[in-house]
Design a protein around this ligand. Structure first.
Ligand code: GLA
Length: 373
């Protein structure tokens, strides 16, 4: 299975934690279609931790909690598939998941077959409660092989939070995406810390094995399982813009059955999604170093355009600027950039130096074209 663009979907963890059910998942699949998220490209509906009973059955199989999933997982998978969507589930490389449910350690091949029999299209594979003697890279390789042994196309989403320099070996385990950071929360400081920690890792992001800086908190507004303070709309916009510039997987974490218009418009923004889903999957790089807690990112797009993101993480308005010289467009080249702000639609011609006041916790995302001056 080849995954050419950053995967897009929804995951239950950020908002619902252990409060998951068949009803929630079915309503979420319905909402994925009725809100236009599916048309925008979101396709995976993923159940995270807490779906199973605490113990395996007498034959050693995991059992879906009948109180949460009365008709079982195959029924849910069929429903999600009937909506033209894909179904994801969760397990863990250790003996127990992070929330204390059965993990797949030493059950990898049996569990992978069970997921395939359910009709699973995506498996998130966590890293809690691993026996000390078991080597992380071996465990991820083992599940990678177990998933392939089923013969079903299952997107393999590794989640070891960046342990063991995961970016240096994870591609070889068959994983299609991999978490490289600790858990995100609905909090601007965490978004900032995760994003800045990922900039040096961008060279390890590419088709078929995407660097995953964790799920989106856009639209959570301090509700739910990881609602740790909450953000305002423009902070969510900054978060989404960064994940788009980083070609990160876009796994929505809010309750999509009850989104605000702003949340829906952010998550389905055509111009931003085009940057995230750009087929070239070029890494973004910071321009002219970082000045304090501000960031300017630049990347090449497949059609010859460029994407530029400017970010102010500080508590004050800042004048953000860069010289075109730093991109290789010195005056001797005779070229400048025409930059279109993807949210406002405003266009500016940049000749020599870009300068823009950006409010506290605000961003600008641009699509730029090279122009002869
Ligand atoms: C870990 C993962 C989270 C989530 C929880 C579930 O913390 O990093 O994304 O899956 O486990 O318990």
């Amino acid at each position: 299975m080849i995954v050419t663009k950053p995967p897009m979907g929804w995951n239950s963890w950020n908002t619902f934690g252990e409060n998951i059910s068949e009803e929630l998942l079915m309503e979420t699949a319905d909402a994925m279609v009725s809100t236009g998220l599916k048309d925008a490209g979101y396709e995976y509906v993923v159940i995270d931790d807490c779906w199973a009973l605490r113990e395996r059955d007498a034959s050693g199989k995991m059992v879906a909690d009948p109180a949460k999933f009365p008709h079982g997982m195959k029924y849910l998978a069929d429903y999600i598939h009937s909506k033209g969507l894909k179904f994801g589930m969760y397990s863990c490389a250790g003996v127990e998941t992070c929330a204390g449910y059965p993990g797949s350690f030493n059950h990898e091949f049996v569990d992978a077959q069970m997921f395939a029999d359910f009709g699973v299209d995506f498996l998130k594979y966590d890293f809690c409660n691993k026996p000390a003697h078991a080597h992380g890279p071996m465990l991820y390789n083992k599940m990678g092989m177990a998933l392939r042994a089923t013969g079903r196309d299952i997107l393999y989403s590794a989640c070891n939070w960046g342990s063991d320099d995961v970016w240096t070996w994870i591609r070889s385990t068959g994983a299609h995406m991999y978490r490289s950071t600790g858990d995100i929360g609905d909090n601007f400081g965490l978004i900032k810390d995760i994003a800045l920690s990922q900039i040096p890792k961008q060279g390890f992001n590419g088709p078929n094995c995407f660097n995953d800086p964790d799920m989106l908190v856009v639209g959570m507004y301090n509700q739910g399982n990881v609602g740790w303070g909450g953000c305002d709309d423009q902070e969510y916009m900054l978060h989404f813009s960064l994940w788009c510039m980083m070609s990160a997987p876009l796994m929505i974490g809010c309750d999509i059955r009850n989104m605000t218009e702003f949340t829906k418009n952010t998550l389905t923004h055509k111009g931003l999604l085009a940057i995230n889903q750009d087929p070239a999957v070029r890494q973004c790089i910071p321009v002219s170093g970082r000045k304090g807690d501000t960031l300017i990112l630049f990347k090449h797009l497949e059609d010859g355009d460029y994407a530029i993101g400017i970010y102010n993480f500080t508590d004050k308005i800042q004048q953000l600027d860069f010289f075109l010289y730093d991109l290789g467009l010195g005056v001797e080249t005779g070229y400048g950039l025409e930059m279109e702000n993807l949210v406002s639609g405003d266009k500016i011609l940049v000749d020599g130096q870009f300068k823009m006041p950006v409010g506290s916790h605000r961003c600008g995302t641009y699509r730029a074209k090279l122009v002869k001056l």
